[in-house]
Each structure stands twice: as C-alpha cells, then as structure tokens.
Design a protein around this ligand. Structure first.
Ligand code: NAD
Length: 477
C-alpha cells in the first residue's frame, strides 16, 4: 500500500475528486489515502499561502499529492498555493500531455499528441518585483544554469522513456539573449547526448503560432516557466477541452498531480463538471508510483467511456455523444468499463520503470569574473538626457559615463528627440582603458552621487566571465 495525500479542493473539486477516488478504488489501486485541507477555507482562516503545517507534513512524508483545484480568494495578500508548492517542494518539471480524442471529442486537430514540459520554479515566477520610481515597476527574470539543465534533461529523458521522436525548445532569445539565451544554449549542449531524438529550436511567438495551427508538427516541447504557462493552456484547449487534461509537477523528492483547469465556481455543486482532467492526473500518479497495471486499466476504461459517447456537457457533440451525463454518472461509466479495451482510440504505453532520475547538478570550475563597470539606475524627473548626462559626468572617475538609456533605448549620447522617456534612467559607467574596474571606485561613485543629490534607486555591476560579456549592450543586444 502506498500512502498518498489528497485534497478535495474548492468549487468543482470535491465532485471530481469523489468520482476519481471511486474509480481508483474500483480499479484496485493499492493506495492508503490521507486527506488534507488546502485552499479557500485555509486562506480565509488567515493563512496567506492556503496551506497549513499539518498539510505540509503529510505531503512531505508521503511524497505524492493528488490535488483537486482550489479557489484563490479575491483581493490582495493571498499567495498562489500552486506556485508556493512548486517552489517549496522543488517540483521543477511540469508535464502536461495534450492529446486529441477525435472523432469522439470535437477538435480541429484530430492527430495532435503533444507533451508540454514547462520549467516550474524560475523565470518571472521568482516573485521579485519592485516599484522603483513613480512611473516604473520591475519584475526580475531569473534563469539559472542548474534550472535549465534539469528541465532540458528531463524533457529528453521523458522523450526517450515514452518513445517520442522530437524535443522542441521555445524561447525568445533573439531579444533576451542572456536569460532565454542560456536556456537555448543549455538545450543545444544537452541535445547531442540524445542522438536518437530530433531536436529543434523555435522563437516562442512563431513556435506557438505553429503549434496552435499545426500541432502534429510537435512532439515534446520544453519551455521556460512563463511561456510554458501560456502555451500549455493553449495546447490543452485546442486538443478538445480544458476539462480533459491532467498534469504532473515532478521534483526529485515529491510530486503533485492535478487537473489543469481551475475550480470553476459557476458550475460547482451542479454535477456537470468533467472529472477527466483529475482522472488523467491520477493515471499519471499511478504510473509515477509504479502501479502501471492499475494506470493501464483506468486509462483503457476511460478511453472506452469516451468512445461509447458517454460525455459530460463540455465534450458533448451531436455526432459522437450518445449520453449526456453528470460528473457522478461519468465516474460510474468508467467503473463499469474497467477491464475493457478501447476499439479505436489508441491506448497509452505504460512501462514498468517510469521515474526519471536526473543526475545531481555539478557546478563547473568558477569562471574568471572581471568587473568592467556599473549600471546606475536613477530616478530623475527631467526630460533632457543631455542635462542629466552633464550632471552624471561630474561623477566620472576611473569609471566614466558611457551611455544613458530610458526603457532600454539609448538617449545619450546622440539620442533622438522622438524617444519617449519616463523618470527611470539607466546610466552606464565603464572603464575606458580595458583594465578591470574596482568595487572601491564604484563605492566612490555612489558616495559622489549622494553628495550631488542624484537619486540612485539601484545598481547592477557589469562583469565579463572568462572574457565573455555578461550584460546586454542595449535593447535586444
Ligand atoms: P477554470 O478552469 O476554473 O474555468 C474556466 C472555464 O472552464 C469555465 O468556463 C469553467 O466552467 C470551465 N471548466 C473548467 N473546468 C471544467 C471541468 N472540469 N468541466 C467542465 N468545464 C470546466 O478557470 P477560472 O475561472 O479562471 O478560475 C476559477 C478559480 O480556479 C480561480 O479561483 C482560480 O484561481 C482557480 N484556479 C485554480 C487552479 C488550481 O488549483 N490548479 C488552476 C487554475 C485556476
């Protein structure tokens, strides 16, 4: 018996969880269930992350968590439970298989069978945001080498295990050359280790357009967190219904399984929600814990139900639906078909060892890091960049003002009068003679700035790593 933590969640959560647990029990899942409370009621008790200590203890002890969707209360101050869970438990990989079940479920893409693998912890989800001036707020996008290596390797290992032919990488590295550039670079480093799997790269905008138009072109897609968030919902939706897909959040210790949709409050308690997303998540969970026999049985029965036209409202269609059923009745229909094999829908392949182990990250030898200057961010309400430059040039020492940009656009020297400027100026000081700068010079620059009433809101050191520039030159460079 494997102990598994579960939460019924909010909205349609309890109904779809009830149907799912009944199916798993009837299919003979060897599981001892432990229920925890998370979500709306916990938030409203004053816990800003929607989960209490006992619930954490249960998940950390059992290591596997089946979660129904929860409602995040309106208003500020509440942190996303999912983001908290992913980051706290190190659930670095979000895996979302999106497959069509044509002709039984209506879709424009009857051939699609795509798995989205989304990095789950980094990127703009670090949650580091600041207001810096009256007019400007910023959010830090953090991409790390260990994070990229882990998710890219996971994508290739997943492709290998599930006999997939291709892994595609989506980034925007034509603009974000250092952050998305690192993700792309790591992808190019790891791909040759899997010569049997084709690898290709896409800029995320055109890649998403092609994926939405011709999903048959894609197999496994690996992406940084934010793109993955958007692209995985688009992909699930075009497969037929958002109510059909399950997802897993995998870490090296723990794993969380859930439907991809939310708690759908308007249809809660009406016995009309489709429980398939959570059922699919539970099949992924059974597979993860090594109960492939049960996973196979539940998936086959679910496919038979879909083939027999027993459909909830969201998938109901004139041509292929025979019975419009509620959440509970859909669950009953799956239970009735346990042991049956589908006629035309292809069964999934479940192998015996499905836990993907990623080697521990090994930090390479430290690179030679050379300080070349500093970007000083200044809050200034003036309009003429030449006037600001004249003030700032008075601070010149061994590091000298070389450039001012506003929202990444160069406004000094030789700015254009047409460029719109806010009150947030990035002022770059660099060494001129090619020698390294010193931190004392930078500290001196700060002191002089304070003495000259210049409002510095942030600084960012400029480094070379093994002689390679580690900062952008300007917008998109
Ligand atoms: P939603 O996914 O709950 O609903 C979007 C639309 O899809 C609605 O029309 C809904 O009726 C329909 N829908 C969703 N699931 C369905 C199902 N199983 N069967 C039939 N129709 C279904 O998204 P939302 O309305 O943006 O969010 C509602 C709440 O859910 C919010 O509080 C949000 O924070 C939360 N949410 C939770 C999770 C999670 O716990 N993982 C994920 C997304 C949203």
């Amino acid at each position: 018996m494997q102990k598994i933590t579960y939460a019924k969640g909010d909205g349609i959560g309890p109904e779809i969880m009830d149907a799912t647990l009944r199916i798993l029990k009837a299919a003979g899942a060897r599981v001892a269930w432990e229920e925890i409370q998370v979500g709306e009621s916990v938030y409203l008790e004053g816990n800003t992350s929607g989960i209490g200590k006992e619930a954490w203890d249960s998940i950390r002890q059992n290591k596997v968590f089946l979660k129904a969707p929860i409602t995040t209360p309106q208003g500020g101050g509440y942190k996303s439970l999912n983001v908290t869970m992913r980051k706290t438990l190190g659930l670095f990989a979000n895996v979302r298989p999106c497959k069509s079940y044509a002709p039984f479920v209506k879709t424009k893409h009857p051939e699609m069978d795509v798995v989205i693998i989304r990095e789950n912890e980094e990127d703009l989800y670090a949650g580091i945001e600041h207001q810096q001036t009256d007019e400007v707020v910023q959010c830090l996008k953090l991409i790390t080498r260990p994070g990229c290596e882990r998710i890219v390797r996971y994508a290739f290992e997943y492709a290998k295990l599930y006999n997939r032919k291709k892994v595609s990488c989506f980034t925007k590295d034509n603009i974000m050359k250092h952050t998305d550039g690192l993700f792309h670079k790591v992808f190019n480093e790891i791909a040759p280790e899997y010569p049997e799997i084709e690898a290709d790269n896409w800029i995320v905008d055109i890649g998403t357009a092609r994926l939405a138009d011709t999903p048959e072109m894609f197999d496994v897609v690996v992406l940084p967190n934010l793109y993955g968030d958007v692209v995985s919902d688009v992909t699930a939706q075009i497969s037929g219904s958002i109510g059909l897909a399950g997802t897993s959040n995998i870490g090296s210790e723990c794993a969380m399984f859930e439907a991809i949709h939310g708690s759908a409050p308007p249809i809660a308690g009406k016995n009309i929600a489709n429980p398939s997303g959570l059922i699919k998540a539970s099949i992924m969970m059974l597979n993860h814990i090594g109960q492939q026999d049960v996973a196979q049985k539940v998936n086959d029965a679910w496919l038979c139900t879909i083939e027999d036209g027993i459909h909830t409202e969201d998938m109901y269609n004139q041509n292929h639906s025979t019975h419009l059923v509620g959440t509970k009745e859909f669950g009953d229909a799956v239970i009735e078909r346990l042991g049956n094999k589908p006629d035309s829908l292809k069964p999934e392949f479940y192998d015996s060892s499905v836990q993907i182990t990623i080697p521990q990250y090994k930090r390479g030898a430290a690179k030679v890091k050379t300080l070349k200057g500093v970007d000083v961010f200044v809050d200034w309400k003036g309009e003429d960049a030449d006037e600001l430059a004249a003030k700032l040039q008075r601070l010149n020492g061994d590091v000298k003002l070389s450039m001012i940009t506003n929202r990444g656009v160069k406004v000094w020297p030789e700015g254009f009068s047409e460029t719109f400027c806010t009150d947030h100026w990035r002022c770059r000081y660099e060494v001129e003679n090619g020698h390294p700068a010193s931190k004392n010079e930078i500290a001196e620059l700060m002191k002089n700035a304070i003495a000259n009433d210049i409002d510095i809101i942030k600084t960012e050191n400029l480094y070379e790593f093994d002689g390679e520039r580690g900062y952008s030159l300007g917008q998109g460079q």
